[in-house]
Design a protein around this ligand. Structure first.
Ligand code: AMP
Ligand code: MG
Length: 439
């Protein structure tokens, strides 16, 4: 079974309203194994609607249409559907009575223009609307030569009305037609390696002909793998999905920090909580973004007590005790300085770990040797792992080991700051996993 989703409205093609209906409908259809071939959007123009319908009815089992069934002159979906089906519009007396009743209950008489909402193409059925006056339409499109059959559902554009109608009257029909088929999905998230490098590691896993299929997307530096399993039964789909997810994990290992709704900061928070350890931050160019991310997670007070924003050199000296000599000799953006920031922050905050960031977020401030995007990150940690003779001194941050790295992040100021904070989280995550950074 497959479907095409057609959204109608000038506000959609003008970009004034985001087409959330299609996204929601696609997810609903996937849940009953109905593949969506395409999303089409056209304005309130009868010719354009007819063309879109004409093109679609021969290419799908279900054409799911939203929008354009209001009472005004710009609502032309029913007229277009009747034209494509080559039948006249007919008055549905019982829906007309419902619309009149709708107005009567609100102490008003029905404007004449609303009677159009009770018109449907001959042979079609009404989809009741319990939340408004726009009834939906359920029609069988059959071509003149009887070769093409497509079931067309037309629903209101108003998301709440559309969702109620779809759930009650449309989804059960499609579910039954797809006879237990489902599309189950999982999204796996990585950070630190580019999209093409991730694709290379996945190799044949990403072949387009495979089911489950694996695709990648990028958002704010997070490269995500989308695994979709389409099978005739939920059990089989679940089994195959698990197998494909395991295969992806086998290829990418600990680069995957979580799945579905898990964020990078949650993944780190989980590890900190599990090891009952705390972290502090010493930030220059990120101005508190790393501390913000660490405290995005509910319950973060268990592992985050305090952080330092030391933007100017004087602050690095006065608040963290980084020597002016070191700042002058190596510069604020140097592995020497971030290492000192991390070591001293760890001691002052009496934390188990400290992350320090100093970089050039731009747009100005870059030089030939340290261009915009140069960011130094350090992690200070106890000299010995827990349980290996680590004394109270180490625990209270008295002695530290430090790992520092220099990165060159592309992009504008916001990008550089975001990637810096995420990279710092990633350095801590791999340390907590007891593994070296894999890049
Ligand atoms: P209509 O049924 O075409 O009169 O749509 C009524 C309202 O529903 C519009 O003004 C939009 O705000 C909203 N709407 C229509 N289509 C969509 C869509 N595809 N996604 C989200 N909202 C929509
Ligand atoms: Mg409209």
């Amino acid at each position: 079974m497959n479907a095409i989703i057609l959204s109608i409205g000038d506000e959609l093609v003008l970009g004034q309203t985001v087409d959330t209906n299609s996204a929601w409908l696609s997810q609903q259809l996937a849940s009953v194994g109905c593949a969506v071939r395409s999303h089409i959007t056209v304005g309130d123009d009868q010719r354009a609607i007819e063309e879109a319908m004409d093109e679609s009815v021969g290419r799908c089992d279900f054409l799911v249409v939203t929008g354009g069934i209001g009472p005004t002159a710009d609502d032309l979906t029913r007229q277009a559907l009747a034209a494509v089906m080559n039948v006249p519009l007919e008055l549905n007396e019982s829906w007309l009575a419902s619309v009149k009743e709708f107005f009567k209950q609100r102490g008003r008489t029905m404007p004449e223009s609303n009677s159009i909402q009770a018109m449907i193409p001959r042979g079609a059925r009404i989809l009741l609307n319990q939340n408004g006056t726009a009834a939906g339409i359920d029609a069988d499109y059959i071509s003149g030569d009887q070769k093409t059959v497509c079931r067309v559902f037309v629903m209101p554009g108003v998301p709440s009305e559309m969702k109620a109608m779809f759930a009650r009257d449309v989804l059960p029909v499609i579910r039954q037609a797809s006879a237990g088929a489902v599309i189950l999905s999982r999204t796996l998230h990585t950070f630190g390696v580019g999209e093409s490098a991730v694709a290379e590691m996945l190799g044949e896993q990403m072949m387009r002909s495979r089911n489950p299929s694996v695709g990648t997307t990028v958002s704010n530096g997070i490269v995500s793998l989308r695994v979709n399993a389409r099978f005739d039964s939920r059990e089989r789909a679940a089994e195959e999905l698990e197998r494909a997810v395991e295969a992806c994990r086998g290829k990418l290992g600990d680069l995957i920090f979580g799945s579905d709704d898990v964020t990078l900061q949650q993944a780190v928070a989980e590890r900190l909580a599990a090891s009952r350890t705390t972290v502090t931050t010493a930030e220059s160019c990120t101005g508190g973004l790393l501390a913000k991310m660490l405290t995005d997670v509910p319950g973060s007070s268990d592992y985050f007590k305090t952080g330092f924003i030391t933007y100017a050199n004087e602050a690095k000296y006065e608040r963290l005790g980084v020597s002016m000599e070191m700042l002058n000799v190596y510069g604020a953006v140097s592995e020497h300085v971030v290492s000192a920031m991390a070591r001293n922050a760890r001691r002052l905050a009496k934390a188990d770990y400290a992350l320090a960031i100093s970089g050039i977020a731009g747009p100005s401030g870059g030089s030939e040797s340290k261009p915009v995007g140069t960011v130094c990150i350090a992690l200070a940690f106890p000299p010995l792992p827990p349980g290996e003779g680590r004394g109270e001194g180490a625990r209270k941050g008295q002695e530290s080991s430090v790992a520092a790295r220099t990165f060159l992040f592309p992009g504008d100021r916001a990008w550089v700051r975001d990637r810096s904070a995420k990279m710092a989280l990633t350095m801590l995550r791999f340390h907590l996993l007891n593994k070296p950074l894999p890049f």
